[in-house]
Write a protein that binds this ligand. Structure first.
Ligand code: NDP
Length: 295
């Protein structure tokens, strides 16, 4: 049997960012509006610092304004909330992202709920969560949205397909399941209490792995020809002391069984930032009541 096709998230996301940059130019030239994204980072978590730097770079490249707010790790919760209120009222800011995780003394849910839902480009506010679940005009979490774009690009219509989402986090698993329901897939959500996970995964035409366990999904769990979206990002140590990024799927095994699969890195990862820019553009257009073609 031939090897699975690779789903190239680098290529797809760079095209998406070009499309977004074209729309941003259009907004600026025809409406004198420049989308602005504010990113709030509290503390010095090295991984978060890297993400924030990349977001800043990509935002500028897309022609948007980027506002970075870096606060010390011991910033009291009320100061973070005050900053959010200020950003909610700033007309130059159309999207607000608070980099998670926040330090333990800050209630993340309270901070998320303080963000104006119209500027909630991460799609974590209960209003957006509810709108996604009830079929309304939501801002949708970036990683599941990017995963769905890759799936639709590969498979076209998804209606009627069996999809298994492994993982039920608010950030990935649950919104992913909602998006697949919206596409008329038959959706199963698996988690740490699921019985016979390999048997459940084997039924799927579409497998979304969002577990956070390196290479957990094995090749012999997969239905031949299925499409695998590996959301996992795990840094593992090699026997020689080196480090390597791997997904939640055993790629070497899965590539021999699946019809198509996202690599790690270079699959879902780059889609997340591209969708953050997409959400910022959409939020900006909505706030200014300007029409925007679906992207
Ligand atoms: P969480 O830790 O929040 O959720 C993990 C989910 O996996 C939980 O629902 C958990 O079940 C389930 N799970 C854990 N162990 C098992 C098991 N043995 N069998 C079945 N299910 C299990 O992780 P996230 O959703 O935030 O992230 C998932 C992965 O995606 C991580 O590797 C993360 O790094 C990556 N990620 C990648 C992004 C990207 O841009 N590509 C963005 C966000 C995340 P239960 O609920 O029962 O505990």
């Amino acid at each position: 049997m031939s090897e699975a096709k690779l789903i190239d998230g680098n290529l797809f996301s760079s095209r998406l960012r070009e499309t977004i940059a074209d729309h941003v130019r259009g907004l600026r030239d025809h409406h004198h509006v420049v989308p602005g994204l504010a990113v709030v980072l509290v503390g010095e978590d090295p991984a978060s610092q890297v993400y924030v730097r990349t977001k800043h770079k990509r935002t500028i490249e897309a022609g948007m304004r980027s506002f970075e707010h870096t606060l010390p790790a011991d910033t009291p919760e009320h100061e973070v909330l005050t900053l959010i209120h200020g950003l909610n009222n700033d007309p130059e800011v159309h999207g607000i992202l608070v980099q998670l995780p926040l330090p333990k003394h800050i209630d993340s849910q309270k901070v998320i709920e303080a963000i104006d839902p119209a500027k909630d480009v991460d799609g974590f506010h209960p209003i957006n969560v509810g709108r996604l679940a009830s079929g309304g005009d939501a801002l949708v979490p970036c990683t599941p949205l990017g995963s769905l774009m890759l799936l639709k690009d590969r498979l076209g219509k998804l209606a009627g397909l069996d999809a298994v989402v492994v993982g039920r986090s608010n950030i990935v698993g649950k919104p992913m399941a909602q998006l697949l329901i919206r596409e008329s897939c038959t959706v199963t959500v698996a988690h740490s209490q699921t019985r016979d996970l390999p048997g459940v995964v084997r039924r799927a035409d579409i497998v979304i792995a969002a577990v956070g366990k390196p290479e957990m999904v094995r090749g012999d769990w997969l239905k031949p020809g299925c499409t695998v979206i590996d959301v996992g990002i795990n840094r593992i140590e090699l026997p020689d002391g080196g480090k390597k990024l791997v997904g939640d799927v055993n790629f070497a095994e899965a590539v021999k069984v699946a019809g198509a699969i996202t690599p790690v890195p270079g699959g879902v990862g780059p889609m997340t930032i591209a969708c953050l820019l997409r959400n910022t553009l959409v939020a900006c257009a909505r706030q200014h009541r300007l029409p925007l073609k679906d992207i």
